[in-house]
Design a protein around this ligand. Structure first.
Ligand code: AMP
Length: 215
């Protein structure tokens, strides 16, 4: 059965890092709305010009606009055996829209990666991404270049202290209600994101496989 995975968690919880590993484990595409939007900004497309200021201030872009971006992406041929959504949904209206998509094959499996605010702030202050391909630098990166493409590592524009505060506030107000929205589903799982990266991956894989065995 197709695996429709949604990763929830605050900025810095490790969604992007885990998503790359999990997508490889199950051979499903990693769909990161943040990456798609940053690429749109970089390319100077119409969408990019509309969303640039919002992204840089740490706010959320319009529900209808991002929902349409995701709806179109989920129509691509590579989502036959499922997908992993990273960064979507981020509001209850987005979650309702996703539930109503008629292209979904099988139920959503939702994984919340939990991390304390103190740890989030510590991680975001240290986070670097590649200026060329947008990949997150590995946690133990000792080099100033990307391990994937050799591009220069830079801080993310929206990881500046004031913007981070805004993103966390937005997360609590608009995204946390999703935990309640999804929390009672048998396909909802929660893992502790403060563990070593490998442990987090193992826990997610085990939890997701357990939900897939449920009837
Ligand atoms: P991320 O890389 O997931 O932290 O996303 C970076 C930024 O892109 C967010 O702070 C928002 O401005 C925007 N963004 C990404 N996904 C969404 C979404 N589902 N809804 C609204 N805005 C989004």
């Amino acid at each position: 059965m197709a695996l429709n995975l949604v990763l929830l968690g605050p900025p810095g919880a490790g969604k992007g890092t885990q998503a790359v590993r999990l997508a490889r484990t199950w051979g499903i595409p990693h769909i990161s709305t943040g990456t798609m939007l940053r690429e749109a900004v970089k390319s100077g497309s119409g969408l990019g010009r509309q969303v640039q200021t919002i992204i840089e201030s740490g706010g959320l872009i319009d529900d209808a606009m991002i929902t349409e971006v995701v709806r179109q992406r989920l129509q691509a041929a590579d989502v036959q055996s499922g997908f992993l959504l990273d960064g979507f949904p981020r509001t209850v209206p987005q979650a309702e829209a996703l539930d109503a998509f008629d292209i979904l094959k099988g139920p959503l499996v939702i994984v919340e990666i939990v991390l304390s605010e103190e740890e989030v702030l510590r991680r975001l202050a240290a986070r670097m991404i590649c200026s060329e391909c947008g990949t997150n630098a590995q946690d133990d990166a000792e080099f100033a270049t990307c391990h994937d493409c050799g591009g220069r590592l830079v801080p993310r524009a929206d990881d500046r202290e004031q913007v981070v505060k805004n993103r966390l506030e937005v997360y609590h107000r608009q995204t946390m209600p999703l935990v309640e929205y999804y929390g009672s589903r048998p396909t909802f799982c929660r893992v502790d994101g403060a563990q070593l990266v490998d442990h987090v991956t193992t826990e997610i894989v085990d939890a997701v496989e357990a939900t897939r065995r449920q009837k």
